[in-house]
Design a binder for this molecule. Structure first.
Ligand SMILES: O=C(O)CCC(=O)C(=O)O
Ligand SMILES: [Fe+2]
Length: 281
């Protein structure tokens, strides 16, 4: 097992430094600035990689595919779960998978099929420009009794008040905080608890996903494509589908299952807030 694979399996995330060369960092930054009209305010575009052909080369990036194949399996597919961000940080502890309650739902049951999905985040700004970091609760992608206790432990009033004053929260003290430089790539299991940090300047990020076809993959696909109406994912264009097929990355999807038990669906206020960020809207 490689060092990267060990880290990913045990911790739930790993970091691939310098994936993109400087000229590509500039290219994608410019594209994000164009789309977000300036990149300085909080802007997100769910399904933005799929819906903007300028970003398609990221899906086929050889060094990224080689790494993800090493981490998961050579028999990999592109998974339509993707986002573009400018000036945005997702500053609350959350998971990106379907069943977000620790241990509840089929994402957490690997008795028949292993969970083989990665979410990939590529960052384009210097740490000094943004003070952006991505926090991970190491190991929270797997059922672990010790961690389970930590994650559910309650604080008393005094410690809650101190952490409120110090801008820390219940989990930030347990987290690994990853600072990134332009072109660095963070690869993580979507079940891991993670959060963006406070930011104080420019920040640009592009997210995509890959996986091995099995029930977890199909649930994940159906969830983003058909259950998360708030994110407004679109069908993959025939042109992108043909490219994926030619590269052997296109999944052979069975009929989507649009009733996944215990799938996390955002509440109305949550949806309204995230719409404010969307596509500069
Ligand atoms: O703000 C960040 O850098 C992380 C974003 C994130 O976790 C997400 O979009 O799901
Ligand atoms: Fe996330």
């Amino acid at each position: 097992m490689s060092q990267l694979e060990k880290e990913f399996t045990t911790n739930g995330y790993t970091v691939l430094r310098n994936l993109l060369p400087a000229e590509e960092v500039v290219f994608y930054r410019e594209k994000l600035e164009e789309l977000s009209r300036g990149g300085r305010r909080s802007w997100t575009f769910p399904d933005g990689v799929n819906q903007n052909r300028d970003f398609w080369p990221l899906i086929f990036y050889p060094a990224l595919l080689d790494t993800v194949r090493d981490l998961l399996d050579p028999n990999l597919c592109y998974l339509q779960h993707n986002d573009l961000h400018a000036g945005f940080s997702s500053m609350s502890w959350h998971r990106d998978n379907v069943n977000r309650t620790y241990g509840v739902g089929s994402d957490w049951d690997e008795t028949q099929y292993p969970y083989q999905i990665v979410r990939v985040g590529i960052y384009l700004q210097r740490y000094e420009e943004s003070h952006s970091r991505l926090g991970f609760i190491r190991g929270s992608h797997r059922i672990n009794a010790k961690l389970g206790k930590k994650l559910t432990r309650r604080r008393n009033l005094l410690t809650s008040f101190i952490s409120f004053l110090c801008h820390t929260d219940r989990l930030s003290g347990y987290a690994d905080w990853v600072a990134t430089q332009p072109g660095d790539c963070v690869i993580f299991d979507p079940r891991i608890l993670h959060s963006g940090s406070r930011i104080s300047g420019l920040k640009y990020a592009m997210f995509l996903a890959f996986g091995v076809e099995n029930v977890h993959f199909y649930n994940h696909y159906s969830y983003y494509r058909h259950l998360r109406h708030d994110l407004d994912y679109k069908p993959t264009s025939p042109e992108l589908a043909a490219k994926l097929q030619a590269a052997d990355l296109y999944p052979t999807m069975p009929n989507p299952d649009c009733k996944i038990q215990n799938a996390w669906i955002p509440t109305k206020p949550h949806t309204m807030i995230s719409r404010l960020y969307r596509q500069g809207g």
